[in-house]
Design a protein around this ligand. Structure first.
Ligand code: IPT
Length: 996
């Protein structure tokens, strides 16, 4: 009751009624604006927003996965790019399986150094949301569960003691690290910037056993010293695991401090790579229809919180290549409309999944995805800022410039002259500042409209002429104090406010060519000097309003002085011009492709960043600067009439550099396991050990699953001995191998056949049956060997908490039997071999994802130090034997100093997602397994190789592991190095991932 009444008061404060039939829906929030703030040290929250040190802020977060960038120094590059795009927070999943090769064994060194990651995040000025699982999903093999957990029969994600003991192992380790980096400190003198902690991930099973599991995770975190608020991410706005029992909704209460949910609205990229504009942006808060689903009240006393809001989507084996489409689908305009509607709905914590996707290198990927996890994210896999990052910078710039945006509430519906338009109108209860989100009605509307919005704003009633062309939204603020200025309203969007040394600077922008107007308030008429552009002004002495009107063309500059306020430089740009500005600290910089940092040292302004080409530089700083340095070098500047400093000569762009041609290949055939006489005495014997998989198998079979023998990733080999006889006509396999997985079968060294699992979009086929006729030789009396290689392209995830990750991998059952008739199966005794050392592998530098059990991998053929001198010289394109063939070569790179490049490896015709050549390649670079290319499945033909793995200034080695059925044409296509990105700047990558 209390809630409803209070809210009614907020709505009643708006006297204007729409003259048009429809405007923004009337808000029906049950948010409890009187709920007392809950405090967790420096972090607190109430129904409206999170607060840090008692100060409200919008949590504007971007996710990345440290495990998808095996180059710790480049983590900093991503963090800096996120920070430069305006995010104040970064979210991390941690992948349990990445750190734990074996039960009881954990590794947080090198590429797995989470201490380093969290330290860096704090150094880069980002708050951190941690999501350590134990379950993650994240398109990871087993959804992040370790390989050894597949052998546990106890149901995962429940309170079964065995599972909890396993989860606790991980949590004890990872929580100890997280605890040291909390914003509240750990009580032992360590401190960092972690503000929120997620338990579990989208757990939609809510039985008492699941509730007890969640209780356990909460208690475990607290026992391990986690002292920040704890939340869970509901799969949708269902009300699963909310901190309190809602008075109005059927919610599932759970042990969380904050309620959060995930959402991926906005349509999809079809398999054809086309963008389809989906439904309108959902009202998941204040303006929603109520009810747990899609309503505003799943958790009335906690702020709107989206732990994942889609910032792209993953792509599938066998697609036509969806990442560019996803980048557009959830790109510019989408962000304005969807994230804006969220913000207007009171979702004051939003975390974009993902801001940088990276690479599912090695065997990290779940069966659904191939190597690239680019995701169409704002920061591409090659670490390029896509145009949508620039739009984010503009939106985030507004959020940073107007702290009043945190904790706003609905302010009533303004009048709009067009039925095609709606305006979400919110106000700050503290300052009365307004947020007006102008979008189409419905928000996926595409019309071009000119209309007026009439609203009672803090400084009076105003009729604002506006334009909205196509799918778009405008994020406007009104009645707000900005530095020493008063913005009455503007139909342009605000990107930055800088109280500069000589005058305030406001940076506004709008769509190219569209008209705009900005009204500022003064005590008396100020002096106006238009320095650049065509800006008209009128002053209304009665109100003190100075109205500027203009078109958004290029960059206009207006100097305003007097009028009882500090001097002001108003910059009004068309969108693209404004996107060239960066705000870092107390500096506004125009020009470069990226501004990483701005700091001052003894009056000197120190800037670091990237240039893509020769670039002019202009800057405004809060404190006067005696000199300016860019990436360490002095930049001669002059003062301008705009109160800025301008570089006398442009900043240099990057120098071009050449890449070597890959040649001098050394080639060696592999698959010796296929041969009859191969020595397998040290292989494990297949026996009847406990079977933990939920894949049904025929009665009486031994346990053939690879995981049962400690082999969880990549390839495994089986050898089965039998006595030849008339029954040995066919071989029938039932196997599990993940998306686009495969099996190859040999008899006595002779290739029998290959079976490939279909890719299947959006749900891959992950197990299959195959039958082959055996050659005549199998029927000759005496010992014979069938050798089967199974390539495991990842274990399933376990999103639905049904232990799907325990689906069989490797062989489930095999029979050698007559072709027809009753017959009987030939008895076979089996052995299995996989990754060297199984769960006790030696290569702890590269860790869990790197290797499977190919003969070459077991003998170090992938490693840079391997001596391939006795391999025969070979060429790409030459005919291949069925089975596996290795290609190795070396090359030198010489990327100019001070430049950051992304170099990749390309196969064949990169304009087509797949070819009719059926072959696969595992790519090893300096010993690191950086991807899998499947020519006939696709779509990925270019593989990004991050620096650190790649030595940009010196020697590198590459090993390509090609498997084929040996049919004519199934041969390695042209392979070449390609430069995917090249800038001057970058972060220092001084260590290399291996001794060369
Ligand atoms: C949601 C997961 O929480 C996340 O881990 C990731 O898998 C993401 O989806 C898709 O990339 S699951 C939700 C879409 C049902």
């Amino acid at each position: 009751m209390r809630r409803a009444l209070l809210f009614a008061a907020a709505v009643a404060a708006a006297p204007l009624l729409s003259s048009a039939p429809v405007t923004a829906q009337e808000a029906r929030s049950t948010a409890d604006f009187t709920a007392p703030a809950q405090t967790f040290g420096r972090v607190s929250f109430d129904a409206r927003s999170l607060m840090i040190d008692g100060k409200r802020l919008v949590i504007w977060s971007s996710e990345m996965h440290p495990f998808r960038l095996p180059s710790p120094e480049l983590w900093r590059d991503i963090l800096q790019k996120m920070k430069a795009s305006g995010f104040n927070t970064v979210a991390f999943y941690f992948d349990w399986g990445y750190h734990s090769p074996k039960q009881g064994v954990y590794d947080f060194t090198g590429i797995r150094d989470l201490d380093r990651l969290l330290r860096m995040s704090a150094e880069e000025g980002l708050y951190v949301i941690v999501r350590p699982g134990p379950y993650a999903n994240a398109e990871l093999t087993r959804g992040g569960f370790p390989g050894w957990l597949v052998n546990q029969r106890a149901p995962s994600r429940t309170d079964s003691p065995e599972y909890l003991a396993a989860a606790d192992e991980w949590l004890t380790q990872v929580n100890a690290i997280i605890a040291r980096h909390q914003i509240n400190g750990d009580g032992r003198g360590n401190q960092g910037s972690v503000i929120l902690y997620q338990i579990e991930n989208e757990l939609a099973a809510t039985t008492p056993a699941h509730r007890r599991y969640m209780d356990h995770l909460y208690a475990k975190a607290r026992a391990d010293g986690i002292n920040v608020p704890i939340f869970h991410n509901d799969q949708g706005r269902n009300g699963y695991w909310t901190p309190e029992d809602s008075p109005v909704d059927k919610v599932v209460p759970g042990p969380v401090d904050l309620y959060a949910f995930d959402g991926y609205p906005g349509g999809t990229c079809t398999v054809q790579g086309r963008t389809t504009r989906g439904a309108a942006a959902p009202d998941w808060g204040f303006y929603g229809p109520g009810g747990a689903k899609g309503g505003a009240s799943a958790s009335p006393a906690t702020p709107g919180f989206m732990a994942e809001i889609g910032g792209g989507w993953f792509d599938y084996w066998g697609s036509n290549g969806g990442y560019e489409c996803n980048a557009v689908q959830r790109g510019e305009r989408f962000q304005r409309v969807f994230y804006g509607v969220n913000l207007a709905n009171g979702i004051s914590l939003q975390s974009i999944y993902v801001g940088f996707g990276g690479t599912s290198w090695g065997w990290l990927a779940a069966p659904v995805v191939f190597t690239s996890y680019d995701y169409g994210a704002a920061i591409s896999e090659t670490r390029e800022l896509r145009p949508k990052a620039e739009e984010m910078k503009q939106l985030a710039g507004l959020i940073a410039s107007v702290p009043d945006l945190a904790g706003m509430v609905p302010a009533g519906v303004p009048a709009i002259s067009s039925p095609n338009i709606q305006v979400y109108h919110n106000r700050s209860p503290e300052t009365d500042a307004r947020f007006l989100l102008v979008t189409h009605k419905p928000s996926n509307g595409q019309t071009n409209d000119q209309f007026t919005v009439t609203a009672d704003l803090p400084d009076g009633r105003y009729v604002m002429p506006m334009t909205l062309n196509g799918f778009d939204a405008k994020w406007l603020v009104a009645g707000v104090d900005l530095a020493g200025q008063r913005l009455v309203y503007s139909t342009s969007e605000l990107q930055a406010v800088l109280p500069a040394s000589r005058h305030d600077v406001l940076l506004m922008y709008g769509r190219a060519g569209e008209p705009g107007e900005t009204v500022l308030r003064f005590a008396a008429q100020p002096d106006i000097t238009v320095l650049e552009g065509d800006v008209r002004s009128t002053f209304d002495a009665a109100s003190g309003d100075l109205k500027l009107d203009y078109e958004h063309v290029g960059l206009s500059r207006v100097r305003i002085s007097g009028g009882g306020r500090p001097d002001l430089l108003l910059l009004i740009g068309e969108e693209k011009e404004a996107a060239r500005f960066w705000r870092q600290g107390d500096v506004l910089v125009r020009g470069p492709a990226l501004l990483r940092h701005a700091g001052t040292e003894r009056g000197r302004l120190l800037l670091t960043g990237d240039t893509r080409e020769s670039t002019p530089l202009e800057l405004w700083s809060a404190a006067p600067a005696s000199s300016v340095r860019w990436n360490g070098a002095v930049v001669a500047t002059r003062a301008t009439a705009s109160g800025s400093l301008e570089a006398l000569t442009p900043l240099a762009g990057p120098a071009a550099f050449a890449l070597p041609v890959l040649s001098d290949w050394r080639v060696a055939p592999e698959s010796p396991e296929a041969r009859l006489e191969f020595d397998d005495h040290d292989w494990q014997t297949i026996d009847n050990r406990a079977y933990a998989s939920n894949t049904l198998r025929p009665d009486g079979q031994p346990n053939m699953l690879m995981d049962a023998y400690g082999f969880h990733e990549g390839d495994v080999w089986y050898r089965g001995r039998f006595e030849g006889g008339p029954e040995a006509e066919t071989i029938n396999l039932f196997y599990g191998a993940g998306g686009a997985g495969m099996a190859q079968v040999f008899l006595d060294g002779v290739f029998v056949g290959q079976h490939e699992l279909p890719s299947g979009i959006p749900r891959p086929i992950t197990t299959g049956v195959a039958a082959f006729d055996l050659p005549e030789a199998a029927r000759t009396p005496g010992p014979h060997v069938v050798s089967v290689m199974v390539r495991n392209n990842g274990h399933n995830w376990n999103l639905d908490a049904n232990d799907f990750h325990k689906e069989a991998r490797g062989l489930v059952s095999v029979s050698v039997a007559p072709r027809v008739g009753p017959g009987f199966a030939v008895p076979i005794s089996w052995k299995i071999q996989g990754r060297a050392g199984g769960e006790d592998f030696a290569d702890t530098l590269r860790g869990v994802p790197n290797n499977g059990g190919l003969f070459g991998e077991r003998h170090g053929w992938h490693l840079p130090e391997f001596k391939d001198g006795d391999w025969r010289p070979g060429m790409v394109g030459e005919p291949l034997q069925p089975g596996v063939t290795w290609y190795r070569t070396r090359f030198d790179l010489d990327v100019p100093a001070g430049q950051d490049a992304s170099i990749g490896l390309a196969f064949g015709d990169t304009d087509t997602p797949r070819s009719d050549r059926a072959y696969r390649v595992l790519i090893f670079v300096n010993g690191w397994h950086m991807g899998q290319f499947i020519a006939n499945v696709g779509p990925q033909r270019v593989f990004s190789l991050p620096e650190h793995i790649l030595n940009h200034r010196g020697r590198n080695s590459i090993a390509l592991v090609v498997s084929t059925d040996g049919a004519p044409g199934n041969v390695l296509e042209d392979v070449r190095l390609v430069t995917l990105r090249n800038v001057r700047g970058g972060v220092d990558v001084t260590t290399r991932a291996q001794a060369q």
